[in-house]
Write a protein that binds this ligand. Structure first.
Ligand SMILES: Nc1nc2c(ncn2[C@@H]2O[C@H](COP(=O)(O)OP(=O)(O)OP(=O)(O)O)[C@@H](O)[C@H]2O)c(=O)[nH]1
Length: 512
């Protein structure tokens, strides 16, 4: 019997090196961390971590690493330089034919690999298949052809290190067969996306989520293996390892529950502080961070041309033209064809965003697949809203934004798409800032309407308690001496109806 190909048996990366994650915290997250200017208890990251101590021992576990690397080739891979062959299988005919063009699927697979800093694409191919369920995935002739292409590339001196088959998940049997044919480790979308998520997880919550996201994959591989090798006597996991995985899952879930209940507390506190919240959502790489940077002028934000660059919901304060302070929440990007088990883990953070007063949906107008991306985001959003107890997508709360128009050769042609039923699409470029001011005015209109705020001018005595009260309970946008009364000030404020009633009750009634 052929011995099982054990591709990573030779790989041993020093534990200290792996645990020094500070090197991988650069870019967007690092910037967001330093400069997210929201009040400190709105930050879902660092403060939570500090409040609940060090949980890293839950994530770093040598025994678990051994099991994970044999099941999914993920552990410690981020550190290694990889020379990757991408193979994009697609079903050419029939009812299961992919709705997305194979070229676009391949582009998305390439973008995933490019998101990993030390991974290089050496070869990328799209290959027609009849079905995605065959044990060897490809027909025999095709498989031989692929093997020869890979071998020829290796013989010509290209050091190939792994094959990425861009399918959600490969079964254990498929993976084993392909590894034996190619004599290289084989990865699927799930394991590549996990690598990217690991790289970008900064807060303890995101790290725990990623750690939890790996487990269903490992279990599915174990189940597949049991199915394919009944009676052959091979054991993929010992009883002790199974128990270790079950225990790990329980602990991770408990920790996440603790962090989330803490977040609930923060959310309530934020409500009390009365900051309007604007969540910015969209397909991955659509330009969410860039838009927040444009709206808040927060220079430290560093948008990156990488998928899933934002894994933590981060809050950034910005001023509306009326001087009202709002919090913009940057969220994890959406992506189609990601196994649901994986994305489920991040749904909790998105649910948080769904509670925002206004939701800005950013779309990449320069992307060939823009319409499908938009549909995917809208479908996911409406599912999330239903979960949150909202039956319908309230158009009042959603602003559609068409970003990157500087990259569209003929932006005029887009104006046709600007009115989509009731919904207007705001065309902008977060880079050149075209259209950003108009969008900001619309954000202001919606925020005021949805949160029941109004702009009014109140006359108050100079040096009285009224002024201090207004600073505390409303947004004071301007104050000037009253031309008709030297002892009074005219104060422009943005205030909620409830606070206005309170003001009347406290100051106007008392004055008699
Ligand atoms: N030309 C152009 N590029 C843009 C524009 N907006 C964003 N980009 C670029 O698009 C890439 C992705 O931008 P991000 O703002 O990081 O996108 P994101 O949606 O936050 O990405 P994820 O966090 O990965 O979901 C970066 O390289 C940006 O510089 C735009 O209006 N014009």
């Amino acid at each position: 019997m052929m011995e099982r190909w054990r591709p990573f048996a030779h790989l041993q990366v020093a534990r200290e090196k792996y645990t020094d994650s500070s090197k991988y915290k650069g870019g967007k997250q690092a910037g967001q961390r330093q400069k997210a200017i929201a009040p400190s208890d709105d930050q879902p990251g660092e403060e939570d971590d500090e409040a609940y101590g060090d949980r890293s021992e839950l994530i770093e576990d040598r025994e678990y690493d051994t099991v994970a690397s044999s099941a999914m080739h993920v552990t410690k891979q981020i550190l290694n330089v990889q020379h990757v062959v991408i193979i994009q299988p697609f079903i050419k005919w029939g009812p299961r034919k992919s709705p997305t063009k194979p070229e676009l699927l391949l582009q998305e697979a390439e973008a995933l690999v490019r998101s990993l800093p030390r991974w290089n694409i050496e070869l990328s191919m799209k290959v027609p298949v009849e079905t995605l369920d065959k044990r060897q995935l490809f027909g025999s002739g095709k498989l031989e052809e692929l093997k020869s292409i890979i071998q020829a590339r290796q013989e010509s001196g290209t050091p190939l290190t792994c094959v990425f088959i861009s399918k959600g998940t490969l079964t254990y049997g498929q993976k084993q067969t392909l590894e034996q044919v190619f004599r290289l480790p084989v990865m699927d979308r799930y394991s590549v996306v996990v690598q990217i998520l690991r790289l970008h997880a900064v807060s303890m919550e995101a790290k725990l989520q990623v750690a939890l996201a790996e487990l269903p994959y490992i279990w599915s591989q174990v189940k597949d293996q049991e199915g394919t090798s009944k009676g052959s006597g091979r054991i993929f996991l010992s009883d002790a390892q199974r128990q270790m995985l079950q225990l790990r899952e329980r602990k991770l879930r408990n920790e996440l529950d603790t962090i989330r209940s803490h977040r609930e507390l923060l959310r309530n506190r934020r409500r009390q502080k009365n900051f309007p919240v604007v969540a910015v959502v969209g397909y991955t790489n659509a330009g969410k961070t860039s838009l927040i940077k444009a709206l808040t002028e927060e220079q430290s934000l560093q948008p990156r041309d990488q998928l899933f660059a934002t894994l933590d919901v981060t809050a950034h304060a910005g001023l509306l033209p009326c001087k009202l302070e709002v919090l913009y929440m940057d969220t994890v990007g959406f992506m189609a064809d990601i196994p649901t088990g994986l994305i489920e883990c991040f749904v909790a953070t998105l649910e948080d965003a769904m509670l925002a007063d206004v939701i800005v949906h950013v779309q990449d107008m320069a992307h060939e697949n823009c319409a499908q991306q938009r549909e995917h985001v809208e479908r996911t959003l409406s599912k999330l809203m239903v979960r949150n107890g909202e039956r319908t997508f309230s158009p009042e709360r959603i602003i559609n934004v068409g970003n990157k128009i500087d990259l569209v050769p003929d932006p005029e042609s887009l104006t046709m798409k600007c009115i989509d039923g009731e919904q207007r699409l705001y065309l902008i470029s977060s880079q050149t800032l075209v259209g950003v001011h108009e969008l900001l005015l619309e954000v202001e209109r919606r925020v005021l309407r949805v949160t029941g705020r109004q702009r009014i001018v109140i006359r108050v005595p100079m040096g009285g308690q009224e002024m201090a009260w207004l600073y505390k309970n409303a947004a004071v946008t301007e104050s000037a001496a009253d031309p008709n009364n030297a002892e009074r000030l005219l104060v422009s404020v943005v205030i909620t109806e409830a606070k206005l009633q309170q003001f009347r009750h406290l100051f106007i009634r008392n004055r008699g």
